[in-house]
Design a protein around this ligand. Structure first.
Ligand code: SF4
Ligand code: SF4
Length: 297
């Protein structure tokens, strides 16, 4: 059995990635199982999806604590304790990171592969942050047991259910075909049942009822939740050209654009989630979009 765990953020198509990979495995003649795990449905919050593919009946249930392959759609998740994407990894785990960089510290401990899916998605889909088909294609390539044509059929079936346009489907086909041409199959070791069941995943536990209720018991606690690491893209204000109209200040949905003592707009990157509404609202286009690359641990 191959166990694949996919990490990303709400809105990046992580659940879809697990579904496409599972369906592609099934269409290839294997047994397959896929399901996501996330908390409140919220764009930017960490999301995990799981896919099991096997020649035998799949009797395992629940989250994959000891994956053969970990696909990480957003490298900033490496520093996010809520996501903990490396949890359960050992030297035999193949780790893929959507990144243009080679992470030396991780390469010393694990089998790490990278590709800049964000740029590929921009090129083929004109979208930097939807990785459903891209990540599942990487998973299929690393497994080396799923044919491109079968994968495309599975992807089309899954994406059609989401009402995808003909143009976007064509873009996804081009994207996946390119990924199949650059990602080589990985060497995946056989693991014992003992090795697989020995580790426990960081899994969500049920909160006491009072904490889980949809009420705010501690007003003003937003300051504790530094959401800046949700960002895939960073807004940067060109202060040379900015005319201080403060439209961005008024329109930021999270209120993270403040004013300097001189009355100029200033973004607080500890909390900015990178929604880019400010960039869309700036009439002079004085807010640039810069790719966020995060840091490796
Ligand atoms: S909307 Fe644009 S011009 Fe206005 S304050 Fe913001 S960055 Fe400056
Ligand atoms: S991207 Fe702009 S609008 Fe969105 S949270 Fe950051 S500063 Fe606010």
């Amino acid at each position: 059995m191959w166990r694949v765990r996919i990490h990303g953020r709400g809105g990046q198509g992580i659940k879809t990635a697990g579904q496409i990979l599972g369906t592609a495995g099934f269409y290839s003649g294997y047994q397959a199982q896929d399901f996501p795990l996330y908390g409140a449905e919220r764009r930017g919050a960490p999301v995990i999806a799981f896919t099991r593919i096997s020649e035998e009946d799949i009797l395992e249930r629940g989250p994959i604590s000891s994956p053969d392959i970990i696909l990480i759609g957003d490298e900033t998740l490496l520093n996010d304790p809520q996501s903990a994407p490396l949890c359960g990894a050992d030297p035999s785990t193949v780790i893929f990171i959507n990144s243009a960089r080679i992470p030396d510290q991780l390469s010393e401990k694990f089998s790490v592969k990278t590709a800049d899916l964000t740029e590929l998605c921009l090129k083929r889909l004109n979208n930097r942050s939807i990785y459903g088909s891209a990540l599942s294609a990487v998973g299929a390539c690393l497994l080396g047991t799923i044919d491109l044509q079968v994968f495309l059929l599975a992807m089309e079936d899954e994406l059609t259910q989401h009402g995808i346009s003909h143009q976007m489907l064509k873009g996804n086909i081009d994207l996946v075909s390119e990924i199949f041409s650059i990602i080589e199959p990985a060497v995946i070791s056989q693991r014992t049942e003992e090795a697989i069941t020995a580790k426990s995943l960081v899994s969500p536990s049920l909160l006491p009822v009072i904490d889980g209720a949809p009420i705010i018991l501690n007003p003003g606690n937003m300051v504790l939740h530094k959401t800046g690491n949700w960002r895939v893209e960073r807004p940067e204000i060109d202060l040379e050209r900015c005319n201080d109209c403060l439209i961005c200040y008024a329109r930021c949905p999270d209120g993270v654009i403040g004013l300097t003592p001189e009355g100029r707009p200033e973004i607080n990157y500890e909390y900015c989630k990178g929604c880019m509404i400010c960039a869309q609202e700036c009439a002079g286009h004085f807010i640039q979009t810069v790719r966020e690359t995060g840091t490796f641990p």
